[in-house]
Design a protein around this ligand. Structure first.
Ligand code: SF4
Length: 82
């Protein structure tokens, strides 16, 4: 099963909440009004990253973000999915 890399630009999250509603196991709204990427590694610049198993839902989550701060790469093919 391929792995996806999620890169989340938390600094530019506007707190719309779609990600946390669709995928509460990966995104959680926090006290400052932004979402946290649960288990995400801080890669500096307000960005976080995590590798997860291939999952079509996460692609839908990324597409649902109104400010497009969630990016998904298929690590097997190298393709940017979102
Ligand atoms: S959907 Fe996008 S803007 Fe809304 S909380 Fe999630 S990351 Fe932030």
């Amino acid at each position: 099963m391929a792995k996806y890399k999620i890169t989340y630009d938390r600094a530019n999250c506007i707190g719309a909440g779609a990600c946390a509603a669709m995928s509460p196991n990966l995104f959680k709204m926090t006290g400052d009004g932004k979402a946290d990427l649960l288990g995400g590694k801080d890669i500096s610049g307000g960005k976080f990253e995590i590798e997860v198993d291939e999952n079509p839902i996460i692609v839908e989550v990324a597409k649902a973000c109104p400010v497009e701060v969630i990016k998904i790469k298929n690590l097997e093919t190298g393709a940017d999915l979102v």
